[in-house]
Design a protein around this ligand. Structure first.
Ligand code: BG6
Length: 464
């Protein structure tokens, strides 16, 4: 099977997950730094974001490796939590801003197109503490100003901008599931944050168009593909539909179609979930839909009707409409417990084709995290990660099949280029094409999958 010439094969990471804290000034914490400072269990063997992969100083070495592999695209983020020394007065940290300049220039010099997210969970902790983060409309304003500054500084060279990575995740963990600090269970706040992010995205799109810059603005969404337990049993089908509404359509509909679905708004209303909006907002959201969407897709959700009646006293959670469960007999990514189901690539492509009018999109993340990967080192010292090669190959197979049937998928960004820190558990799971050896001065070593990806980029051929 031949991969079409225009289909981009790239890789991804994010700022916070690679940079490390070198040169970070007092008060420049992002939400993720605070999370690591407050919850020690997320560190793994005492290693974490303080050092990360030290991309701050070793970026050139990594870009050389990207070039060796033949990447034409690299997706990463700018760390909003480090970009300013004063987040309200918008005083830019010139040292950090220069680092971003240097990285962009080095990528371009290597013939690699940068795709940049303005936030990959890196909301400044200062804004979280002072305004309650995305609950506040003031944070919307400050984010749009931040975006304008990025466009002015880098917009001549970066043409693929993404406001957020997975905008739904932080407030879901804090306000809906309560699993993340400060564990503030509050579905109203959850929806307010969701709404403010949708509004912020539309305002950033508008700012970009007003500046008449040549590129595109989009977002990265973690698509959770919900399969009902039994396709012929209506309560399971309804449960999967509800899952899809709350996990996917909540963001994707207003951003691609310019409005929320009536069904979602009615459901929220029935559950007494309101959010504050201003009269002009609807027009802004309708007029400024995004240009392109990146979809992170790792595993399918298996969904069935909820088994227990929802306690009417309990705070609202979309879970009242479904249960998710593990489908026996499947292959799983052992360390993450995520089911491996490559056909979901094809199924998602068909949703984008038929339900979103062939809107331009790409896979912005997909990959395989493995624990204790050093056990697979061969005599030459290289990690022999055939499991990763198979994983990528099978997922690409379904994606390219869809492209051949007319899906408007522009590319595949593998997570991740190098091993990197995870927000959930530091360096426990390794995802990279390139190993970061934490025991030996963060040495970079190509894995077998790195060599294989290099050949794939050259030959553009997958087994049929
Ligand atoms: C994605 C995130 O959802 O999953 C990444 O955008 C993250 O930041 C990746 O690293 C893999 O998850 P984890 O928790 O295993 O690192």
């Amino acid at each position: 099977m031949q991969i079409p010439e225009q289909f981009q094969l790239g890789a991804a990471s994010s700022a916070w997950q690679t940079e490390g804290w070198k040169g970070k000034k007092p008060g420049q914490d992002s939400y993720l730094d605070d999370w690591y400072k407050n919850e020690y269990f997320v560190w793994h063997n005492g290693k974490g974001p303080d050092v990360a992969t030290d991309f701050m100083t070793r970026y050139q070495e990594d870009i050389d490796l990207m070039k060796e592999i033949g990447l034409k695209t690299y997706r990463t983020s700018i760390n909003w939590g480090r970009f300013f020394t004063d987040y309200e007065k918008l005083t830019v940290d010139e040292d950090y801003a220069q680092h971003i300049d240097d990285v962009i220039n080095a990528l371009l010099a290597a013939g690699i197109k940068p795709m940049i997210a303005m936030e990959h969970y890196e909301v400044p902790q200062f804004l979280q503490d002072k305004f309650g983060g995305w609950n506040s409309r003031e944070v919307v304003r400050l984010f749009v100003e931040y975006a304008r500054i990025l466009f002015k500084r880098y917009g001549d060279r970066v043409c693929d901008w993404f406001t957020f990575n997975e905008p739904i995740v932080p407030q879901t963990r804090i306000h809906l599931d309560g699993v993340r600090y400060p564990h503030d269970l509050n579905p109203q706040k959850w929806m307010q944050c969701n709404y403010h992010k949708v509004l912020a995205i539309a305002l950033v799109v508008k700012a970009y168009r007003d500046m008449e810059l040549p590129g595109r603005v989009g977002i990265i969404h973690n698509w959770e593909f919900a399969y009902p337990r039994a396709a012929g049993y209506q309560p399971d089908v309804d449960a999967a539909h509800a899952y899809d509404l709350f996990h996917n359509r909540l963001f994707v509909d207003p951003l691609l179609k310019g409005h929320y679905s009536h069904e979602l708004l009615t459901l929220l209303d029935h559950n007494d979930i309101q959010f504050k909006a201003e009269p002009q907002d609807d027009g802004i959201i309708a007029a400024n839909t995004i240009d392109v969407i990146g979809l992170n897709l790792y595993f399918p959700a298996r969904v069935r009707e909820p088994e227990h009646l929802w306690n009417p006293q309990a705070a609202f959670n979309p879970r009242k409409y479904y249960d998710d469960f593990v489908l026996p007999g499947r292959k799983f990514n052992a360390s993450r417990g995520w089911e491996i189901y490559p056909p979901m690539m094809y199924d998602l492509a068909m949703i984008m084709k038929h339900e979103y009018n062939n809107f331009p999109w790409f896979i912005s993340e997909n990959g395989m995290g493995i624990e204790n990967e050093a056990q697979f080192r061969d005599d030459s010292g290289m990690i022999n990660d055939d499991y990763r090669i198979n994983f990528i190959q099978e997922h690409l197979h379904w994606l390219i099949k869809a492209v051949n049937e007319g899906a408007n998928c522009e590319g595949y960004m593998l997570w991740a280029f190098t091993d990197c820190v995870s927000p959930m558990n530091a360096f426990k799971n390794r995802y990279g094409l390139v190993e970061i050896d934490l025991e030996h001065n963060l040495a970079r070593r190509m894995k077998r999958s790195g060599l294989w990806y290099r050949d794939l980029i050259k030959n553009r051929t997958l087994p049929d």
